[in-house]
Design a protein. Structure first.
Ligand code: TMP
Ligand code: ASP
Length: 240
């Protein structure tokens, strides 16, 4: 059923689906990159963990009436999704200060954002994904003003639900990045992945970092941390 390779990114390969032009297969790789690919490594099992975690998260969001491109998980490392044209925006929602915002704006790590802060970045490796305002986003992409507003509203709704989901697993959702894509009918839907590669998650009790910062900051064994996240999500979703 999997067809030819359409695109290879830093974390995933994207394949056509034979006889299903409006579907794609996403195949999660074991590669980890940070700082726009300047730091690189490979971790056996990472592709499986991100595929399974993303699948759980999208399934949960579907149950909360928040649709995405996700159709189903196919096997350990692959999932079937609706074909979209990705809008070149990284939509970041921040509940607590960490990462680039602390450096960019001199905000102390762990400062709480209430209400949460939404930021837009231009998805363009050659430019190191610069931060954008709405005017830039409207100029650089094909989204309308109303669509941009709806993207930000959806990102905040996703935040509400993900905060709950992770809290039930003893994790604080510090921040995360979303991408959106356009379906064949022109509507815009949540796409890409939601995993510890794209979220910051801190243990509620110990404050321990349990996401890709473990790799970015060389804090320990990435795979055991991602295993732990999957296990917590499985315990939490099975108990219901
Ligand atoms: P930042 O603090 O580096 O701007 O990252 C904010 C959030 O976005 C964090 O949860 C990590 C995620 N992220 C990605 O998923 N991809 C990226 O390329 C970057 C820079 C951040
Ligand atoms: N995703 C980016 C990279 O692959 C940056 C990051 O996540 O820190 O290099």
């Amino acid at each position: 059923m999997k067809g030819s390779l359409l695109y290879e990114g830093k974390a995933k390969r994207v394949y056509h689906v034979n006889d299903e032009p409006e579907q794609l297969v996403l195949s999660y790789k074991n590669d980890a990159t940070a700082f726009n690919g300047k730091k690189k490594d490979e971790f056996e099992g990472k592709g499986r963990l991100n595929n399974l975690i993303t699948s759980k998260v999208f399934e949960y969001l579907h149950q909360q009436q928040l649709p995405s491109h996700f159709i189903k998980s196919l096997n350990d490392t692959e999932q079937l999704v609706a074909k979209t044209t990705i809008i070149p925006l990284e939509v970041v929602v921040r509940n607590v200060a960490a990462g680039s915002i602390t450096r960019r704006l001199g905000i102390e790590e762990k400062s709480v954002f209430e209400p949460p802060i939404v930021e837009l970045f231009y998805k363009k490796d050659e430019l190191d994904d610069p931060i954008l305002n709405d005017y830039h986003a409207l100029y650089l992409t094909d989204v309308t003003e109303a669509e941009l507003q709806s993207i930000k509203d959806k990102a905040l709704k996703v935040n509400d639900h993900l905060k709950d989901l992770f809290k039930q697993s003893g994790l604080k959702l510090v921040d995360f990045k979303l991408e959106f894509g356009r379906l064949a009918d022109d509507s815009i839907v949540l796409a890409d992945e939601i995993s510890p590669d794209t979220c910051r998650l801190w243990d509620e009790e110990t404050g321990e970092k349990m996401d890709k910062d473990v790799f970015r900051e060389s804090l320990g064994d990435l795979i055991s941390v991602y295993e732990n996240i999957l296990q917590r999500l499985e315990e939490n979703t099975c108990a219901k």
